[in-house]
Design a protein around this ligand. Structure first.
Ligand code: DQA
Length: 144
């Protein structure tokens, strides 16, 4: 199974940004964790990150015909981007939405998720473990 893992704005600053909310693990460490988990579970993984909305749309579109599923943490674009929602709908792949923090316990503006309506599952507040949980869910439910 081929899973594309996409991270949005400021997730490259993991370990530096607001560690009380997002933890002290760096983005590089997160990538290592995901790659190791992929190897252990027999999944192939592509890791992408961008601070730009259009890049995230491109990354989702590029999964079409290439990958079997998507794990995405769109960062703040979760709460604003119809374009990212439309891209997820366009490719028609199973998508799991991941948030490191428990967004439902945070500010009002974080209570809207546009992409959620195109997702088969949402994982919030499990820290970086949310990414590997998302991969396992996709493998169990959509793997060959
Ligand atoms: C986040 C939550 C978003 O509200 C925030 O803008 C992020 C990270 C999370 O992983 O908890 O950048 O998606």
């Amino acid at each position: 199974m081929k899973i594309r893992v996409i991270n949005g704005p400021n997730l490259n600053m993991l370990g530096i940004r607001e560690p009380a909310i997002y933890g002290s693990t760096t983005y590089e460490h997160l990538c290592d964790l995901i790659r190791n988990h992929a190897e252990k579970t027999g999944v192939s993984v592509t890791l992408l990150q961008s601070n730009h909305e259009g890049d995230l749309v491109d990354y989702i579109q590029q999964a079409y015909g290439v990958d079997d599923a998507i794990v995405i943490n769109p960062g703040a674009y979760t709460h604003t981007s119809v374009a990212i929602l439309d891209a997820a709908k366009a490719v028609g792949l199973p998508v799991v939405e991941v948030h490191i923090s428990k967004v439902e316990d945070r500010e009002d503006f974080r209570q809207i998720s546009y992409i959620r309506q195109a997702c088969v599952k949402t994982i919030t507040g499990h820290g970086i473990a949310g990414y590997t949980e998302a991969m396992d869910y996709l493998k169990e439910n959509y793997g060959a």
